[in-house]
Design a binder for this molecule. Structure first.
Ligand SMILES: Cc1cc2nc3c(=O)[nH]c(=O)nc-3n(C[C@H](O)[C@H](O)[C@H](O)COP(=O)(O)OP(=O)(O)OC[C@H]3O[C@@H](n4cnc5c(N)ncnc54)[C@H](O)[C@@H]3O)c2cc1C
Length: 355
């Protein structure tokens, strides 16, 4: 990297948030440098990458689904071309009904304009016969699928490394020098945007953001000859990763001792729920991981600029839906930076500022 280079933005952190924001800004011709402390286990590295527009226990349409799903579809398809890697896997999710009542509710919803682009009543192919529990039938969720996040992260790192715009380092907050430009770790830029996940709780510039970190555990399992046409979801999801290999998750805990320690309780919870979904005696566990989702009070993303240090920005608060929220909100932040389009207050970080 040449000494005199002045970057438009330093992006601190290369999880889903930092990767998607860096790619979005770079695609507008801006000069972006990523500085990322590489850790083997992060929220982004262990996440399933599921894209599901119908979420929650009560099966509601996800927040802003009509707007964010078309954007994410375009984004991941385009980035597969830019990065020359395949990581975006559109695939319907099949949800078995849990009662006659839910069957009736969903059949009537599927004819409703508000829902028709996301759901349809569906029958599983014969390959699922005697493999899953579905006495009342089920429906499939369209516009869903998954992003292979480790592949997205690796390809993004390679892309910025080739442009001499990636550093594997940690940012020390005390080393940030303010002036007309900002200097940190010997690099000069107009602005820094922190995409640090839950590590932002240790960032003295943004420690006023009220994080409500939520721990999740997830399993990789082997199921021989189990069909792969659908992602299944009932209490837990079962996501086909490769032939015979599936990811099953996730747990949600607001209280925990270790952020990335796996537990027997977590494993038991996932396996018990899985046994309510599939008819399978031979479940071989081949992986078990845990990490913490960067959720904040109110469960909305956090973007924008520090009220007292406007050269410092943030892109965070993606909670349990990083892969679906990041493309749209990175675009919102990019529009703000390029065209001064105001940031919506319900996602603007200043909503939490008290001084
Ligand atoms: C079990 C589990 C399952 C999940 N499943 C899904 C799912 O199916 N779908 C979905 O959309 N979401 C899912 N999520 C949520 C998803 O993981 C998060 O929304 C997303 O990964 C958050 O990304 P991030 O970039 O904000 O944070 P992170 O992934 O934590 O990335 C932050 C990065 O910043 C780096 N960093 C931090 N501080 C510094 C510093 N000072 N200097 C340099 N580098 C720094 C870190 O090392 C890290 O690389 C899941 C989460 C868990 C725990």
């Amino acid at each position: 990297m040449r000494e005199e280079t002045i970057f438009d933005y330093i992006i601190v952190g290369q999880g889903v948030a930092g990767s998607v924001l860096a790619l979005t800004l770079a695609s507008s011709g801006l000069k972006v440098l990523i500085i990322n402390e590489e850790k083997p286990n992060t929220s982004s590295k262990i996440a399933a990458g599921l894209l599901n527009p119908v979420t929650g226990f009560r099966k509601k349409k996800a927040w802003l689904a009509d707007i964010i799903f078309p954007v994410l579809h375009q984004f991941y398809l385009k980035q597969e071309q830019v990065l020359n890697e395949q990581f975006y896997h559109p695939k319907d999710i099949f949800i078995p009904f849990d009662s006659i009542q839910s069957q009736n509710d969903w059949i009537s919803k599927s004819g409703d304009n508000e829902w028709s682009s996301f759901i349809e009543t569906s029958e599983l192919p014969d390959s699922y016969h005697n493999r899953i529990i579905q006495p009342f039938g089920g429906m499939s969720i369209k516009q869903s699928g998954w992003v292979d996040i480790p592949k997205l992260l690796q390809a993004t790192k390679k892309y910025f490394t080739q442009k001499e715009a990636y550093l594997s380092q940690k940012i020390e907050y005390t080393q940030i020098q303010f002036g007309e430009n900002i200097i940190v770790n010997g690099i000069t830029a107009k602005m820094i945007i922190f995409c640090e996940g839950t590590n932002t709780m240790l960032n003295p510039f943004f420690d006023w953001i009220p994080f409500v970190p939520n721990k999740g555990e997830i399993l990789d399992i082997k199921l021989e000859n189990f069909p792969t046409q659908f992602i299944l979801n009932k209490g837990v999801f079962l996501l086909p990763i490769h032939q015979d290999i599936f990811r099953c998750g996730s747990t949600y805990y607001n209280e925990f001792d270790s952020p990335d320690g796996v537990t027997a309780v977590g494993k038991k919870e996932l396996l018990t729920k899985l046994k309510g979904l599939i008819l399978e005696n031979n479940i071989e566990i081949i992986g078990h991981k845990a990490n913490v989702r960067p959720a904040v009070l109110g469960r909305r993303p956090v973007l924008g600029f520090h009220p007292q240090y406007p050269q410092l920005g943030i892109f965070n608060g993606l909670g349990s839906k990083g892969v679906s929220l990041a493309p749209y909100f990175a675009k919102v932040l990019a529009h703000n930076l390029l065209n001064a389009t105001p940031l919506p207050i319900d996602v603007n970080c200043v909503r939490f500022w008290k001084e």
